[in-house]
Every structure is written in C-alpha cells, then in structure tokens.
Design a protein around this ligand. Sequence first.
Ligand code: AMP
Length: 425
Amino acid sequence: MSFEKFKLNEKILAGVQAQGYKDPTPIQLQSIPPIMEGRDVMGLAQTGTGKTAAFVLPILQRLMQGSRGYVRALIIAPTRELSEQTHNSIVQLGRRTNLRSVSIYGGVNINGQISKLKKDVEIISACPGRLLDHINRGTVDLSRIEVLVLDEADHMFDMGFLPDIRKIVKHLPAKRQTLLFSATMPEDIRSLANDLLINPVNIKIGHTAPVETVSHKFYPVQMNSKTDLLKDILNKTEMDSVLVFTRTKSRAKSVALQLDKSGYKVTSLHGNLTQQKRQRALDGFRDGRYEIMVATDIAARGIDVTRISHVINYDMPSTADAYTHRIGRTGRATKTGDAFTFVTGEDIGLANALKKVLGEKLEYQNIDGLTMSMPVDDRTPLRRNTSGRSAKPSKGRNHFSPKARMNSRPKQRSFDSSNRSQWAH
Ligand code: AMP
C-alpha cells in the first residue's frame, strides 16, 4: 500500500516523496489511520521502525487544517538528539506546509529558544527539563495544545523524567489527543498511559529489527583482549558505518582514542561532551567523515543514522531490552545489519538469556589467540581459544582497515539499492 491511501494533504505527500519513502512501514500502516481519526494511541515500538513519521504525518495533516500561529502540537523525547531528529523530520516531511517547528532542550543557551518561541511556532519537540524551565519562565504557552506525543516513554522513565512529564501535562488542556510510544512497557509506563490516554488504540510492532533483519555474532573474550579483537574485526570485515557501544563514558573515550591512534576515522559520543561537540560528532558520523562512533547507551539513544551496517557491543548491555535498543540502531526500516557482541565471563548469564531469544540467529565466533572457548552454561569458566576455527575475512575489497579505506571511494549515505552486499532491500 502506498502513502496516497492515507489521504494526506498533497503538500505532505510531497514531503514523503522527497524523503524517498515508497511504502509505509508496519507501524505507519497501523498508526496513521487512528491518529488521523483523532484517537489516542499507545504504540509499542522501538526506534528504527519508522515511528517518527507515523506520528509526524498525521500531526502535519491536523495542523494544516485550523488556525495557525500558536503552539498546537508538543512532542516530548528523552534526549536532545532525539528531539533534534524529530524536529528535522518535521522540517523535512513538512517542507511544503509552512508549519513552524522548534526543538527545545538543555545544554544550549535558552535565549535563542525564547526568540524562536516568539515566532508563531506550531510544533515543539522538547526534552522535559528545558521545557519545564520555559514553562516556569512563562516563555512558552501550552494552553492550546491539541496533540501530545510522548516518545520513547520507557527511556524517559529510565532517565527519571516521569515526574517532570506529569508536571508538564498539568499545563496542557485536558481535551487533547495523546500518543505514547515506548519500546517496552514497564509498570510505571503502563500506569502513566492509564492516567493520560483515553480509550487508546493499542499497536504493537514486534522487535522485528533485531530478530528478523540483523545477524547476531557473539565473541567470548577476556576484558584485556577486547580492543585487539575490535581492531581485528574492523580489519577483516566489510563494513560501512559502525556504532560501538561501551558501558562507561571513560571507556567510550579511551576506545575511540585507541582506534584514532591506529588510523581509523572515529569519533565518540558520551554524556561528558558539550552539546556542540555531541552535534559535531553526530553530524560527522552521519555524513561519513567518521566511519566509527563509540558511544554509551544514553548518548546513543534514538540515533538515526540511515546506514549503520554494524553495531559492536564492546561491553555487553545490562539487559536483554538494552540489547534490543542498541541493535535497533542497525537494520533500520527495511535494511539488514550485523551485531557483534563481546562476551566476558561475567556476561555469560545474559548471553545465555539472549541465546534463548535469538535462537538460530545467534552464532558464536572463534578467532585464534583473541577469543575464548564458549562455555556450555554460566558455571563453566571461559578458556582461551588457541586452536579453534579462525574467522575468515569476508569477501569483497573494502575491508575496514585504515589502509583499505584510503583507497576506497567516498561512500554514499542514503537509502539506495546500490549498496554493497551487507544490505538487502
Ligand atoms: P524512526 O523509527 O522514526 O527513527 O525511523 C527510522 C528510519 O526509517 C529513518 O531513517 C526514517 O527516515 C526511515 N523511514 C521512516 N519511514 C520510512 C518508510 N516508509 N520507508 C522508508 N524509510 C522510512
């Protein structure tokens, strides 16, 4: 089914076309009609499924009807990056609509935001803390909001934002449409949804990205061999752009530094960076100046880089859900990707739990001198592997070594079927 069936205004369809979207994704198919009818929606979907357009398109449609010049839609997101990305999607999809959108988040000077808010803005994408700041200063008027979106609600809960959200909601009209999106549904989110949503349509999009379109490889390894293993994989595997996850900010920084010393085009993203540096790192990763980004979970939430070919878990995530979120960065929308996870002795419990979820999709890898032999259960210690099967480099010319990259052509970053074999449409 194409987007025409939704009967969106042709100016909005022009935005969809300009973005290169041909067919709606499952979450768009299921959410757009009820949202356009004005229903509340509770969407269980992770990032990478096309959920932003699923709520942005009906919001644009609604706002094109009715009067202009005051704030009518509010989208609340947990991180600055997500709030900026949503704002960008609104700008792109709504390029012909003349609707005005602004993003509001902390870490940057408030005065620029205050002057933007004075310019007849109709849509706000905001992080909770800075939005409350504007409410308290009286620099934003939310009294005529028609649609409220809570995006990545579970992350907002993880980051302790739920009390702020409840405070913000008190400044909105009771009569409004509310949409809540979350990748998981912990009890606190369920109770928030019960309080805020009225007779919602429930939509559930399975964890399709990790299970269906991503291949998963686990490397049993000792902590002190991780960086060597990482370099070995980067050298041997054909990769496009790679997101590496570490557990701590300091490790993100030190791994990036070590890769940089070895000649890789690498940047890092973690909470200790100023907003300007975070944006520079993200822009550089998006436009291909950096081929590797080393990030912590919080910093990487919601990152939308169209072609992340590989996610490497340098450190294992702490829960199966966190694994799903990380892996959601690759295999986005209709593409495929690879996920490599380094498993130390401490991680065996979670590795076994993930093994049950991933089943046949999961492969254990051995690389002589770098990996350990995988124990059958979590009571068996890991042993260094010296005679196992050695991982062969994948076929193709552009292996991810600094030298090979010097000879390779600049890479194109878009939805495009000419991408190499890592990607399937
Ligand atoms: P999201 O889940 O909103 O972060 O979207 C993930 C990625 O999918 C973004 O790069 C979107 O631009 C892209 N996308 C969204 N909808 C579609 C679509 N219908 N067809 C192709 N790509 C899409």
